[in-house]
Design a protein around this ligand. Structure first.
Ligand code: PRT
Ligand code: ZN
Length: 210
């Protein structure tokens, strides 16, 4: 029987919940320490521990059959994968935020303004739908300090509690997308018995939590 591969985040916000979900499905494996791949001893499955940004492409290319990743990462990488199941953790929203004293009061005010983000594809699509042309500045991290440094007029970043915005003197201004962790599959795997069995186990774990 073919061994399936599932890619999950190696470390970070989704790692613990992803491991917990798979363990609650009755799968026995060693959590990530130094090896990239961990075999499951009681199911024909291998766990691949990756950076979250790489997961959508690994699944699209069929290197992994399945993956657990935030919808925000899937949308940003613009891959072709199947959404199999929403997982109910890693919830957050991608929001545009402006300094508390900003004179930006409506979406139209963003026209011609600089917006710093690590999500240029999602933001670009959103602005286009709103017929707004802004200067999207793609940066790789610490987006929230960019207005204070005079690098941008606004930011577009993930928000969960809102604490980071607040402590940087920013206020949320518009919702671009909401996101949570999802199970994705490569278009090539179709609905094999093994995949269906795994999805069923995941669904019963999620139901038991309701
Ligand atoms: O190393 P690797 O590339 O794998 O991880 P990463 O650093 O890129 O991602 P990580 O672990 O930070 O986040 C993984 C996923 O968790 C994201 O892609 C989202 O789907 C989800 N998630 C949920 C979040 C948040 N909540 C979140 N709050 N990802 C990031 N944040 C950050 C946000 O960027 C901001 O800096 O937390 C800060 C805001 O949090 P609050 O609580 O102050 O609002
Ligand atoms: Zn990442």
């Amino acid at each position: 029987m073919k061994t399936l591969k599932i890619a999950i985040q190696k470390s970070g916000r989704l790692n613990e919940k992803s491991v917990e979900l798979l363990k609650n499905c009755g799968l026995n494996f060693e959590n990530y320490k130094s090896s990239l791949i961990s075999p499951v001893s009681n199911f024909p499955l291998e766990i691949l521990f990756l950076r979250d940004d790489d997961i959508p492409e690994y699944v699209q290319d069929g290197i992994a059959d399945l993956g657990i990743v935030g919808e925000n990462v899937i949308q940003e990488t613009e891959v072709e994968v199947s959404y199999l199941q929403r997982l109910g953790f890693g919830k957050c929203s991608l929001k545009i935020a402006v300094p508390n004293n900003s004179d930006i009061n409506s979406l139209a005010d963003l026209h011609g303004k600089a917006i710093a983000t690590t999500y240029p594809a999602i933001l670009g699509k959103f602005l286009k739908e709103q017929n707004i042309t802004s200067d999207i500045r793609t940066i790789s991290g610490s987006v929230e300090i960019s207005p204070g440094l005079g690098l941008s007029d606004a930011i577009c970043d993930l928000v969960s509690t809102g604490g980071t915005l607040k402590s940087n003197g920013l206020k949320p201004f518009a919702d671009v997308m909401s996101s949570e962790a999802v199970l994705i599959g490569s278009k090539a795997i179709a609905e094999s018995d093994l995949v269906l069995e795994l999805i069923q186990r995941i669904q019963s774990v999620l139901r038991a939590k309701e």
